[in-house]
Ligand binder design. Structure first.
Ligand SMILES: Nc1nc2c(ncn2[C@@H]2O[C@H](COP(=O)(O)OP(=O)(O)OP(=O)(O)O)[C@@H](O)[C@H]2O)c(=O)[nH]1
Length: 415
């Protein structure tokens, strides 16, 4: 006798690859087919009696409850997607077809595991997002912040930290940390921390450590994605480092390491802008070495270089963090003193400079005096734009130098 189709239906349900669950009006699982174990990791016996919502990823719960209400109101749900926490901790994406059976007061749902598809789509989207972030980011901290946001969308993260190789190889400087502290010298002891070395063809450029929410495991696709992401990040870091290095060389003086004329002009323009807005004063002090040519001529160019380096060091001595000491070229230097209260303050700084220079320098076995002529310009009294202020300070310095020469000439005549 031919079996009646109704008799074999239970067998059919148990052989489906798709999940079939029946949930009662209170939201408790009344029935689960065998496929549940393959998809969620829990056997039907483990599921029956549980609240269905308890297995849903917490962020997806509100909209899942909303959808359940709609189904119970009589709407046939097709294509609703949400995520469940698998018994092994990973997230499972499923797509539902669900219906309310009013006569039985039961909700019947059939779900398909779409994790692989969604994961592949997500990873592809993340890959594009990473490439874009690497292309657009202005600086390393900004790039790492973007990477953090992108990664957090892919995997539950509880922290991310990154370090870059310092300018002198061998040590790391922490550039970014959120949710976790990073000690690049110590191995990451925490089992949930995943430390990845960032390397380019020229060697290691940094270290990235991410901390996952405990219990969530990683699959091969994610590992591939992380490998791609770290390679991109390493290249971006190397590119940013080279760019910063090039900018540094272009804006600093080789001999003394001080900002050069170009950087000074940038900083002065910025400082003037701030002073105008806040109605504050600012001073420029032009400093020119006295008799430097004589030092060069008598002791040689190399000794002259040493003199300039020591001169620069003394100018920097005791300066505030906000002050700038720049070398304009040759034996000419300039101090930018933002936020001075009065012109007298600038005069006090100049007195301090002369005192710092007073001690002679031992050079090539000789005691060499360090002397300089100085000229001050104060914003806004002596000028309101950069060029006028620079000219004013230069002229004041020249007047100082001429007066000194005149005094020395008179002194020589009297002797
Ligand atoms: N060693 C060395 N000398 C330099 C450097 N740049 C410029 N000079 C020399 O610095 C000297 C500056 O000459 P002057 O401007 O006449 O300086 P000075 O002898 O101090 O003259 P006054 O300012 O009138 O006292 C020149 O001999 C330049 O060749 C440098 O980087 N290293």
């Amino acid at each position: 006798m031919e079996p009646r189709i109704h008799d074999i239906l239970p067998n059919l349900v148990e052989h489906l690859l798709d999940v079939v669950v029946v949930v009662n009006a209170a939201g408790k699982i009344a029935y689960a087919n065998a496929a549940c174990e393959a998809v969620f990791g829990y056997s039907p016996a483990e599921l029956v009696g549980n609240e269905m919502i308890g297995h849903v990823v917490p962020e997806d719960r509100p909209r899942t409850l909303e959808e359940a209400r709609r189904v119970m109101a009589g709407l046939h749900c097709v294509g609703f997607e949400n995520r469940y926490i698998h018994k092994d901790g990973r997230y499972v994406h499923v797509m539902w077809s669900a219906r309310w059976l009013p006569d039985h007061q039961l909700r019947i749902g059939v779900a398909r595991d779409v994790t692989r598809i969604r994961h592949a789509e997500q990873i592809q989207a993340m890959t594009y997002a990473i490439s874009e972030a690497v292309h657009d980011a202005g600086n390393l901290a900004e790039l790492l912040q973007k990477i953090h946001d992108i990664l957090a969308r892919l995997m539950p993260l509880s922290g991310l930290a990154a370090a870059a190789c310092g300018p002198v190889g061998g040590h790391y400087e922490v550039v970014y940390q959120a949710g976790m502290a990073l000690d690049p010298a110590a191995p990451q002891a925490d089992e949930h921390c995943h430390a990845m070395e960032l390397t380019t063809l020229s060697g290691p450029v940094g270290l990235l450590v991410l901390r996952r929410v405990p219990g969530v495991v990683q699959d091969e696709k994610e590992r591939d994605f992380l490998r791609f992401m770290t390679a991109q990040l390493a290249t971006a870091m190397e590119r940013m480092r080279l760019k910063a290095q090039t900018r540094h060389f272009a804006l600093h003086d080789d001999l003394t390491g001080l900002p050069n004329r170009r950087l000074l002009k940038e900083l002065l323009a910025e400082a003037l802008h701030g002073c105008r807005r806040r109605q504050q004063r600012l001073a420029l002090v032009f400093v020119d070495v006295d008799g430097f040519k004589q030092i060069n001529d008598s002791l040689g160019h190399a000794a002259g270089d040493c003199f300039l380096q020591e001169f620069a060091r003394r100018l920097r001595h005791n300066r505030r963090q906000t002050d700038t000491v720049a070398r304009l070229g040759g034996d000419e230097f300039l101090l930018l003193l933002p936020d001075i209260q009065t012109a007298e303050h600038a005069h006090a700084v100049v007195t301090g400079i002369h005192a710092t220079l007073a001690a002679p320098l031992q050079l090539e076995g000789r005691s060499v005096a360090m002397r300089a002529s100085t000229g001050i310009a104060v914003f806004p009294e002596d000028g309101t734009d950069a060029d006028v202020l620079l000219q004013h300070a230069d002229k004041a310095m020249y007047a100082h130098k001429t007066a000194r020469r005149e005094r020395e000439r008179k002194h020589d005549e009297q002797a």
